[in-house]
Write a protein that binds this ligand. Structure first.
Ligand code: ZN
Length: 107
């Protein structure tokens, strides 16, 4: 049976602590699960090594704004700026601009 499970993982307003990632990524690998991590630019800035590790494990990485402000509090212009800023952080890590963006939604 071919397994190509895909899960949308982690709307990462606050990341799990960096030390949790090796175990999490091992777990996904064991189960042959490809996940998409929507990451917030501010956290990418703090922990680029985590994004690098996620991407090199074959998972997709998407842009989820820079600051994860409350939905509706950013103007369109500010939102675009945030998305670009996060793209700029992700591009060198991913070796290309991220192709996925997840907008902020009221939870
Ligand atoms: Zn979110």
């Amino acid at each position: 049976m071919a397994r190509s499970e895909s899960v949308r993982l982690l709307d990462v307003r606050r990341w799990p602590p960096p030390r949790a990632y090796p175990e999490l990524l091992d777990l996904l690998q064991e189960r042959d699960i490809r996940a998409t991590f929507f990451v917030v630019g501010r956290q990418v800035e703090r922990h680029p090594e985590i994004v690098r590790r996620i991407a090199s494990a074959g998972h997709a990485v998407g842009n989820h704004t820079f600051s994860h402000s409350e939905p509706g509090t950013l103007s369109a212009r500010e939102l675009i700026r945030e998305v670009r800023r996060t793209d700029d952080l992700l591009t060198p890590i991913l070796g290309g601009a991220p192709r996925l963006f997840r907008p902020l939604t009221a939870s």
